[in-house]
Design a binder for this molecule. Structure first.
Ligand code: PMP
Length: 369
């Protein structure tokens, strides 16, 4: 009876998550499997967030605060943004989904994304269904903002840019975003997805969505606690947007989308400055380690401002991905991410990255692929 489902939904492909560790162990009969596939925090969550969740669990018979008052207060004071410009969601995935619902409705509506970029953006257009316009990244694997600006028509509703981009880890620079936002027509809303923002703090050319919001621009900035804050499993995303957007989100969202444990975890995690500092420091070292590992086998790692490295292997990545799996290392193959010769590897613990580097060398040097 699948014919009862709207055809555009049946044409969509379910989101491909990184392979779960237990599944790989079972399928390949391995005892030790490491996962460097989902851009998670190798240090783990803040101990303060874990403690807050333990406490909050005692009260899980009570519905969450649907207005997420304390969490929004925390975000408001931390970032200096009024409450009515703050969005929170069940992961930033939910916010991406809701933005699609808010702005796209007709088949003639258009949404512009980079290619390759984060695949959940595409889902918003497919669900509407509206027209998805993909603009290739430039030769440095960066978003080509001038080309994206040229792709805007009178039907364009949304432009999504992940900055840093997933899967490439590259950024668009502040001067480029300044120019793009300056020339953006009023009927277009610009979504700057800053899921990996915290890892790019040492990059002086990194723009900040908050600056454009303060200028009254038609922009939505998205952030998450899944990456640098280590809360991927409990699902909290947040964002900054003009008040008319947050008002519309409140009308469309589920009433209790951010659960009570997640709200408690997020408030505590925001206070753990030390955990964030350690995470970012470890990440900076980790990017250098992964870059070296790729260079050692003659691959071309793309300079990354995120918590993963995307490397052009110069050969098809899928067999390499599969051979690494047999060595107990889960990565993401470019064939699933829109670039078939590339592999994306997340910064892990020092030990995990050593295991990865050794496995990559063995796989590529002994030609087992
Ligand atoms: N945006 C980008 C660019 C991402 O890479 C991810 C994580 N895969 C998300 C959003 C979603 O993150 P969250 O866990 O907050 O839903």
């Amino acid at each position: 009876m699948a014919s009862l489902i709207r055809p555009n939904v049946l044409q969509m492909t379910p989101y491909l998550t990184g392979k779960p560790i237990e599944e790989v162990k079972r399928e390949l009969g391995l005892d030790r499997v490491i996962k460097l596939a989902s851009n998670e925090n190798p240090i783990g969550p803040s101990p303060k967030a874990v403690e807050a969740v333990r406490k909050a669990a005692e009260r899980m018979h009570i519905y969450p605060d649907g207005a997420a008052f304390e969490l929004k207060e925390k975000i408001s004071s931390k970032f200096g943004v009024p409450r009515n410009q703050i969005l929170v969601g069940n992961g930033s995935d939910e916010l991406i989904h809701l933005i699609g619902l808010l702005f796209l409705g007709k088949p003639t509506d258009e949404m512009i994304v980079g290619d390759p970029s984060f695949s959940r953006f595409d889902a918003s257009a497919h669900l509407a269904p509206s027209k998805l316009v993909k603009v290739p990244l430039d030769s440095d694997f960066r978003h080509d903002l001038p080309a994206m600006a040229r792709a805007i028509t009178e039907n364009t509703k949304l432009v999504f840019v992940a900055n840093p981009n997933n899967p490439t880890g590259t950024i668009v620079y502040k001067n480029e975003v300044d120019a793009f936002v300056r020339d953006l027509p009023e009927h277009v809303t610009f979504v700057l997805d800053e899921a990996y923002y915290e890892f790019a703090v040492n990059e002086p050319r990194m723009p900040n969505s908050l600056d454009y919001l303060a200028q009254g621009k038609n922009i939505i900035g998205l952030r998450t606690l899944s990456k640098a804050y280590g809360l991927a499993g409990i699902r909290v995303g947040y964002g900054f947007a003009p008040a008319w957007v947050s008002d519309a989100i409140d009308r469309a969202r589920e009433p209790f989308d951010v659960n009570s444990l997640a709200q408690a975890a997020a408030v505590a995690a925001f206070d753990d400055i030390e955990h964030l500092k350690q995470t970012v420091e470890h990440n900076t070292r980790g990017l250098a380690t992964l870059t070296k590992a790729f260079e050692a086998v003659g691959a071309r790692p793309i300079p990354s401002c995120a918590n993963f490295v995307f490397a052009d292997l110069g050969i098809e990545a899928k067999p390499v991905f599969e051979a690494l799996l047999r060595h107990g290392v889960i990565t993401r193959s470019g064939h699933a991410l829109g670039d078939k010769n590339s592999l994306r590897v997340t910064v892990g613990t020092d030990e995990e990255m050593e295991i990865f580097a050794a496995a990559l060398k063995e796989v590529l040097m002994t030609a087992t692929v």
